[in-house]
Design a protein around this ligand. Structure first.
Ligand code: 5GP
Length: 122
C-alpha cells in the first residue's frame, strides 16, 4: 500500500510551530508533548518529525536513526514522567478500525492511574 501524508494535519502544524504545544522533550527526529485532552494524569504524545501517517508506515519506511530516536524518546518519557514503577500503557491508533483521529503517527504514553482493561468489548 502507498501512504498519503496530509501536511495540513494538526501535528504537522505543531511541528511547523503554527500551533503551540506543551513540550515534554524534543530530539533531532522526535517531539513529545502533552495531549490537549488528557485521559490520565500522564498523557504524553510522542511523534516523529518526519511525515509518517501511522505506525506501520514509520516501521516500514523510516530510517534506522529515526526509529531508534523515536523508541528511545518513548523510554525517556516513561522515565521523566515517573511511570516506570507504577506502570503505564503505550498505544498507537491507526486508520479507521483503530479510530485514528490525527493522521500523523503518534504514540500515546498513559499512566498515573489504573488504566483498566486494554479494550472495551464490542
Ligand atoms: P488519536 O485518536 O488520533 O489516536 O489521538 C489523537 C490525540 O490528539 C487525542 O488524544 C487528542 O486529544 C490529541 N489532540 C488533538 N488535537 C490536539 C492539539 O491541537 N494539541 C494536542 N496537544 N493534542 C491534540
Amino acid at each position: 500500500m502507498s501512504y498519503e501524508y496530509d501536511d495540513q494535519n494538526i501535528f504537522a502544524k505543531i511541528l511547523r510551530g503554527e500551533i503551540p504545544n506543551d513540550t515534554v522533550m524534543e530530539t533531532e527526529h522526535t517531539l513529545a508533548f502533552r495531549d490537549i485532552s488528557a485521559q490520565a494524569p500522564v498523557h504524553v504524545l510522542v511523534i516523529p518529525k518526519g511525515p509518517y501517517v501511522c505506525y506501520d508506515h514509520f516501521a516500514l519506511e523510516a530510517s534506522d536513526a529515526e526509529i531508534v530516536d523515536f523508541t528511545r524518546v518513548i523510554g525517556e518519557v516513561c522515565k521523566a514522567e515517573g511511570v516506570q514503577e507504577g506502570g503505564y500503557r503505550v498505544i498507537s491508533n491507526a486508520g479507521r478500525a483503530g479510530v485514528q483521529e490525527v493522521p500523523h503517527l503518534h504514540v500515546h504514553v498513559l499512566g498515573g492511574r489504573n488504566l483498566g482493561r486494554m479494550l472495551a468489548k464490542g
